[in-house]
Design a protein around this ligand. Sequence first.
Ligand code: IMP
Ligand code: MG
Length: 174
Amino acid sequence: MSLQLSERPLLEAEAIQKRIAVLATEIGKEYPCDLLVGVLTGAFIFVADLVRQMNPDIKLAFVKAESYGCSDTSCGDVRFAGIEKLNVKDKRILVIDDILDTGHTLNALTKVMQDRGAISVKSCVLLDKPSRREAPFEADFKGFIIENLFAVGYGLDYAENYRALPAIYTLQEK
Ligand code: IMP
Ligand code: MG
């Protein structure tokens, strides 16, 4: 099966920036947090744009999600490289990912943060694909709800391709 990029973006760069400005305002009002934790690699552009619309005093860190024992999607066993260096004890944490799909990644990350003594852990995702959920997880802040499509661009990849596209496209069978 070969895949090709959709002709038109699913989400234009301008629409993404507008939505991020609204999200940043919502987060600022509803959840004063001590530390933002981005999930690499997919969330790197989203985090960069979101933090520049937030309180400039905000602290920022990244962890890298690594899934074991499964192929192209995540599964129950997700580990987070870099988490051992993070001090989350007694902090209000906001975890940020590019997309919420099966829910395994953010479900696992939230539990790890809680086990390490965070006061509270909330989450923010740019995209949400609720139809794909396997783990019981809902994000507190979400940019766009999308159908069961494979999204690329704006940080999201397919086999490490397409991350640098400024808009979000879908991959379709040729
Ligand atoms: P989850 O653990 O299944 O919720 O998956 C989250 C991770 O899977 C995301 O951080 C992405 O890296 C990857 N992912 C899921 N759906 C897509 C997609 O449509 N495009 C690109 N990456 C995706
Ligand atoms: Mg990811």
